[in-house]
Design a protein around this ligand. Structure first.
Ligand code: PRP
Length: 220
């Protein structure tokens, strides 16, 4: 599990275009993010371990099959990661879901942890961190560090958009963590110079603030 995987699938590209459009309302935004996450998770789960099982089909014939051998944890980063949970559970209905609450201090852009209820020991073999936006990478680096300290060695990041700066930051701290995204965008916004400049640290061209667009809230 390593490297950066930018989806080349036409359905991913089409859905991403809908998310980028500011005219897309929250209801549609949530539905499209859900199905886009399912597509990205299909790509991100290709290395999961399986074990053989056999079934007797309705024709009373034995067929060789498999079942998942890995116990999977989904780790959405609050709040925007919540928009990816159902799409991941559509593929992995037995996955455990562990929430990590981080917000990005708008001045320093450093992640601040406000929710972590992980039990003492993990009972999963692999974790998928879910967050639509990999901007500076601070939130992702902090979350992967939390999971590794918890005792999970195999961790992948699944997001919708990444900035090159965020990919570099995550890979420099956690080179063994694969990154699966719909697209790696151009850059991050610089610190604002004029009152109507956008805030610093937003992915460009991006899709805006994923949390606000999912939940219909105004920027704070
Ligand atoms: C956004 C986004 C990521 C983070 C990315 O969350 O959903 O969690 O910023 O930025 P980074 O890569 O620079 O750390 P935000 O802090 O706005 O919180 P929210 O999801 O509650 O809106």
């Amino acid at each position: 599990m390593n490297g950066v995987h930018e989806s080349q699938h036409p359905l991913v590209k089409e859905k991403l275009t809908i998310l980028r459009d500011p005219a897309t309302p929250p209801k549609t935004f949530r539905a499209v993010m859900r199905s886009l996450t399912t597509l990205l998770m299909y790509e991100a789960t290709r290395d999961l371990k399986i074990e053989p099982v056999s079934v007797i089909t309705p024709l009373q014939a034995k067929a060789q099959g498999v079942r998942l051998a890995d116990r999977v944890g989904l780790v959405p980063i609050l709040r925007a990661g919540l928009g990816m949970v159902d799409g991941a559970l559509d593929l992995l209905p037995d996955a455990q879901v562990w929430h990590i609450g981080l917000y990005r201090d708008e001045e320093t852009l450093r992640p601040v942890t406000y929710y972590n209820k992980l039990p003492r020991k993990p009972r999963v073999d692999v974790c998928f961190v879910l967050d639509p936006m990999l901007a500076t990478g601070g939130s992702a680096v902090a979350t992967v560090s939390i999971l590794k300290e918890w005792g999970v060695e195999r961790v992948a990041f699944v997001g919708i958009l990444a900035a090159p700066e965020g990919v570099d930051h995550l890979q420099s701290h956690h080179p063994d963590t694969a990154v699966y995204v719909a697209h790696v965008d151009d850059h991050l916004t610089p610190p604002p110079q004029r009152p109507d400049d956008p805030p610093a640290g937003f992915i460009v061209p991006g899709l805006g603030d994923a949390g606000d667009r999912l939940f219909g809230t105004e920027p704070q």
